[in-house]
Design a protein around this ligand. Structure first.
Ligand code: SAM
Length: 287
């Protein structure tokens, strides 16, 4: 079965989950800021992987070393790569039940805590496609707590994209792991590109804050990140970082070799469409 799905890959791979902080909007600005040449691509806050998929579409043979702290998300990448046929079967089952009674089925699945790999991943993908605003958010106990979204016909089984993702991830040059971002220091070498897209610092005390894991990204984490970025700079790596236009971030990256530029973006996290107005984000790099 898995073989059969691998053969129908036709489209370009795109993120298979909607993830807060997804970078599809910022892509052109990021591309404009990539170094012309680099050896291995490292992305230690992978999330939905928009940047990685974009790079791999152009260079399928690129060496990539990508990771995220969210173990459910990393399990999804690995399962799509290795067990696509079984995963699609399970998603088709979700889709069939959802179309019988969406609310009842959604809350029933949300309550479940499956332990098996396929069921865990198909639950994550199903909830992501059917929940409110396509958010991934967990409470302090790590439980997914987003209500049902209002969709008439959500694309629960996007076979074409899942197949394209599975196919591209088959490359022996792509390493995917679940770990804290600091581990990248042991892997990155001179001439490599390290792109950091950490959970954004709130720009004000009232700014929306959404948790991707049961642990928040604190100012101490940001300080660890800035120190790590300095070490990677000393090693001769190209370092690129995106974040909110926050003074705290700019203060941590105040050394001379950090070049900070600001870009205009249209943010879609806010549930109130009228509040989704343009604002500035920053890109920091050392080259
Ligand atoms: C802003 S998102 C990345 C968005 C991604 N670039 C995209 O396009 O979807 C930040 C990611 O950092 C991860 N994360 C949070 N704390 C982390 C840590 N200490 N180490 C590694 N990853 C972490 C979260 O799980 C989340 O997926």
């Amino acid at each position: 079965m898995a073989q059969e799905y691998r053969q129908i890959a036709v489209s370009e791979p795109k993120p298979f989950v909607k993830w807060v902080g997804g970078k599809r909007q910022l892509m052109q600005d990021l591309e404009n800021n990539f170094p012309k040449q680099f050896t291995t691509y490292h992305e230690p806050f992978l999330g939905g992987g928009a940047v990685m998929f974009n790079l791999l579409t152009k260079k399928p043979q690129l060496s990539c070393n990508v990771s995220d702290f969210n173990s459910d998300l990393i399990l999804a990448y690995v399962t799509i790569r290795d067990k696509l046929g079984k995963l699609i079967e399970s998603l088709e089952n979700h889709s069939k039940n959802y179309h019988k009674d969406s609310a009842e089925y959604y809350y029933q699945v949300r309550k479940q805590e499956p332990k098996q790999q396929i069921e865990k991943v198909s639950r994550l993908l199903f909830l992501n496609k059917t929940c409110f605003n396509g958010l991934y958010r967990v409470n302090k106990k790590g439980q997914f707590n987003v209500p049902l979204g209002r969709y008439t016909n959500p694309n629960i089984v996007n076979k074409e994209n899942l197949t394209a993702v599975s196919k591209i991830l088959q490359s022996k040059k792509i390493k995917i792991s679940c770990r804290d971002f600091e581990a990248v220091l042991g892997d990155a070498k001179k001439g490599d590109l390290v792109y950091f897209d950490p959970p954004y610092q709130p720009v004000s005390s009232t700014a929306n804050f959404t948790s991707y894991t049961h642990r928040d990204f604190t100012e101490d984490d940001l300080e660890r990140l800035a120190k790590l970025a300095d070490k990677l700079h000393s090693k001769g790596c190209y370092v690129l970082l995106s974040n909110s236009n926050s003074k705290t971030v700019k203060d941590f990256f105040s050394k001379k070799y950090w070049k900070i530029s600001s870009i205009n973006v249209n943010r879609a996290i806010n549930s109130n469409a009228q509040k989704r107005t343009g604002h500035k984000e920053i890109i920091i790099k050392n080259y």
